[in-house]
Design a protein around this ligand. Sequence first.
Ligand SMILES: [Zn+2]
Length: 347
Amino acid sequence: MDLGSGFDRERHVFFLQMMADGLPAEYQTQEANHLTLAYFAVSGLALLDALDRVDKEQVASWVLSFQAYPRDKTDLDDGQFYGFHGSKTSQFTDDSNVSSHNGSHLASTYCALAILKTVGYDLSSIDPEMISASMRNLQQCDGSFMPTHIGAEKDLRFLYCAAAICFMLNDWSGMDREKAKEYILQCQSYDGGFGLVPGSESHGGATYCAVAALRLMGFIEADVLSKSTESCVIDIPLLVEWSLQRQGLDGGFQGRANKPSDTCYAFWIGSVLKILGAYHFVDRCALRRFLLSCQSQYGGITKFAEDMLPELYHSYFGFSALSLLEEPGLKPLCVELGVVVSNDIAL
Ligand SMILES: [Zn+2]
């Protein structure tokens, strides 16, 4: 719904605060992703410079209550991953208050650390050794990552989470970076974009995961386009061309060829262009118009302009995309990590 040309910050703060105070009933079925939804709400409020609407200490202790621990140190060799559970129901504790069912997930762990960083919790007080040592169990021979120790799909999303976790903990012992890089390189398609797994179609989300992970791991420099790209590990000119071709006539970005524009890809693909130093090629006026046309009258941002009801995912990435455009009222984002810029992030 088009609310005119302005960014309606107050309405968006109200929407996110409502979400942070108690996620509405329709999200209950997604409770396995409780930390992910909390990440959208808390990081969104930080983007809107409204973090004073939440009790930061309370948020930090709530997030820490999702952390999984082995019964004792020797259990660290049991092949499990000890990170953060996605929800309380994937975490059962026995009489001694030790977790007996370990539902630790790479995405939940990434979201937990991102929230903690956002609310100013000192991540150096988390023992990185337990998370890192057990995270090594998730990396596969081909360099990819499974999200949990019980085996599941493996693709670029979880490799990205692993890289972001290592970066935030300032401890890279949790992954073999060379192997991870080789896996990412295999996912670059003939058209320059990246697919989620080798040989699959180029996709905006996968391309973000590939480029952001390479940057966090130190394999590509900042603003690589302004330097010689010949020695770069990936084909930069082709990637920039593929990314720019995703901007449609309506100003928005599509995730794949022949798909409609969708707010979240203004972040996924906009971030890729930003990391590579090619964001100035984006038609920024048209993109801003598209994003503002997706503002909901209830606050929040919808996936498509014709949608009525906002949800957290597209609202958060809509705000992130507007932050990339330097919309007044929004804080700058460290796009590689997905957290608001702070002094202690050195990339
Ligand atoms: Zn989307």
